[in-house]
Each structure stands twice: as C-alpha cells, then as structure tokens.
Design a protein around this ligand. Structure first.
Ligand SMILES: NC(=O)c1ccc[n+]([C@@H]2O[C@H](COP(=O)([O-])OP(=O)(O)OC[C@H]3O[C@@H](n4cnc5c(N)ncnc54)[C@H](OP(=O)(O)O)[C@@H]3O)[C@@H](O)[C@H]2O)c1
Length: 291
C-alpha cells in the first residue's frame, strides 16, 4: 500500500515536472493557432466561479477580451467588485458583472442558480473553477467537510441546477471543470467526508475531490451528451495565491518552475475557446501538454 502510494506520488511529480511547468507551457504555446484563439464571443453568456483571482480571473479576462458577457461568481463582494472593475478597464468590455455566491453553502448555490435560470438567459460557458485545499478538517453550514463542499457538492449543485440555462444554449454550451493533476495520486473513495479528524489530510482530500470531479464529468457526458459538452482539465502548475497558501513547501520548491496565470495561458485552453467540433473527445482529461 505504502509503496504503491509512493510510486503514484513519484510518478505524478516527475510527470508534472516534465509537462506542467513553465518550460512546458512556453514550448506548447508555440503551437497555439491564432485563428482558434481569436474567436468572437459577443452575445455569449459565460459564468466563471472563483473569478476574483488566479486562474478564474485569467479565464474571465480572456472571455471578456473576446466580447463575451461574463458573470464572475465570487464569495467576497469586495474582492469580486475589484476584479470586475479591473477586467472592465483592461478589456473595455462593459458586460462584466459580479454574482455573490459562497459555494460552500448549498442554499446560496440554489438561490443563485434559481435567479439565473428564471431570468430566461442561456448559458454558453460554465467554468467550475472555484476550489480550495483546507488542511484542517472543518464543516460548512450544511455539515459537510469544507473541501468536499466546495470542490464537489458546490460544483455538482451548480452544474445540475444551471442545466436549464445550459440547454437553452445547446448545442453550443459547455461546462469546463478545473480539476487537478493531483487527482492522479488518489483513487475514487467512498469516504467522501473524511470523517476521522485525527487522520485527516487536506492534500489527500483535495486529490480525492479532484478525482470525483473527473468522474462527475464522465457521468454528465453520459447523461447529457447530446445537449452540452463536458470537460475536466488540469491547468498546469500555476503560481497563484491558492497554490502558495495551501502548498507552501511545494510552491517554494518549485517556484522557479510554475507558470503565471496570464490571460494568454487561460486562453490557451482549447476547450474554452475552440469550436465544439474541435473538442469531441469528451472523456479525455485535458492538461497542460494538450494544445
Ligand atoms: N494553481 C495551480 O497550480 C492549480 C493546479 C491544479 C488545479 N488547480 C485548480 O484551479 C482552480 C483555481 O485555483 P487557483 O490556483 O487559481 O486558486 P486561488 O488563487 O486560490 O483561487 C481560488 C478561487 O476560488 C474561490 N473560492 C474558494 N472557495 C470558495 C467558495 N466557498 N465560494 C466561492 N468561491 C470560492 C476563491 O475565492 P477567495 O479569493 O474569496 O478565496 C478564489 O477566487 C482550483 O479549482 C484549483 O484546484 C490549480
């Protein structure tokens, strides 16, 4: 058991070193096709969770720069308003707005999704980006373990409840769930709540949650395949506040390797911007080596 886990971790780190670093990104950036990245997203409704910082912010900015109407879903009104102001100023796109919603509260997710769907608007792109790795075991208002609540329950509820809006934009609509290569270190596990506080390990719980996100994506593909495109992906190792806070040792050790959450990096995600006809392999786990 110990040896198997050590093998998985060593494989993950060495594979990541070769494929998910700044050097790898710069190499693959040369293969980006400008015509695929220069899409016009005018009149497309896009929603990015956790968009006030890091990868979510870069994604929202990339979408806004291409003319989309972008809804930033953030738990902090203050941080969200700051991000909206910055993105509007940088892109010149006035159609950027804030939706305050804490994904650790199922009631808030329900209220937000009900408001969005009852507005009658379609939803072309949902980016399930918000995520966290809490190292101590805490519980949410719903009594769920916090990592699970945000990374799994919030993502599941948000996606399912927004299906009417996603179907309104069908067959163009897509859901991109930002998982992590870290999920390769864990198998699917029935102990979703990681009950025992004495042995709780936030890194393990995060990896399990990210594994569930990939499984959920495969489930959604089966359930809604003719209506909506579903994709799970790994963004590479990106130098964000989240990475620094949750894995300070990893961050400082690999600081010289990690990429930067630039707009260019976010826009590289073929699944975010490419026509759906170019992204047919729904069950593929997209990561940094794919262009
Ligand atoms: N950075 C990497 O190398 C890396 C690698 C693999 C996967 N990922 C994944 O990429 C995604 C983005 O990560 P990041 O590195 O950009 O992290 P980040 O800088 O910490 O950003 C995370 C975002 O999620 C939001 N968030 C957290 N809990 C929330 C909640 N309960 N309700 C609503 N929003 C919430 C945060 O809001 P606050 O600002 O209010 O906290 C923040 O906007 C995550 O899903 C992460 O697992 C990152």
């Amino acid at each position: 058991m110990f040896l198997r886990q050590a093998y998985k971790t060593a494989t993950f780190v060495s594979y990541g070193y070769m494929n998910w670093t700044r050097g790898s990104f710069l190499k693959h950036q040369k293969e980006f096709k400008d015509q695929e990245m220069a899409v016009d997203l005018t009149d497309k409704q896009c929603l990015v969770t956790g968009a006030n910082t890091g990868i979510g912010y870069a994604s929202a900015e990339a979408l806004a720069a291409r003319g989309a109407t972008v809804h930033l879903v953030c738990r902090s009104k203050e941080k969200g308003e700051k991000a909206v102001g910055e993105i509007k100023a940088k892109t010149g796109n006035p159609n950027v707005s804030l939706q305050v919603c804490d994904l650790s509260s199922l009631q808030q997710v329900k209220d937000f999704a009900a408001e969005y769907t009852s507005s009658g608007r379609p939803l072309h792109i949902l980016v399930n980006n918000a995520g966290l790795m809490e190292t101590e075991r805490t519980q949410t208002v719903d009594g769920l373990e916090t990592n699970f609540a945000v990374n799994v329950a919030g993502v599941y509820a948000m996606t399912e409840l927004l299906m009417p809006a996603l179907k309104r934009a069908s067959p163009e609509s897509r859901v991109i769930t930002v998982s992590s290569g870290g999920m390769l270190t864990e198998n699917l596990n029935e102990n979703l709540q990681y009950e025992d506080k004495n042995v709780f390990d936030g890194t393990t719980q995060y990896a399990r949650n990210k594994r569930v996100q990939v499984a959920l994506t495969e489930y959604w593909v089966q359930k809604h395949k003719d209506a909506v495109g579903f994709y799970s992906m790994h963004p590479g190792w990106v130098d964000t506040g989240g990475l620094k806070k949750s894995m300070p040792d990893f961050h400082s050790t690999y600081n010289y390797l990690v990429g930067v959450a630039t707009t260019r990096k976010a826009s590289k995600w073929g699944i975010l911007l490419r026509p759906k006809s170019c992204c047919q392999a729904f069950t593929r786990f997209w990561h940094a080596i794919h262009t």
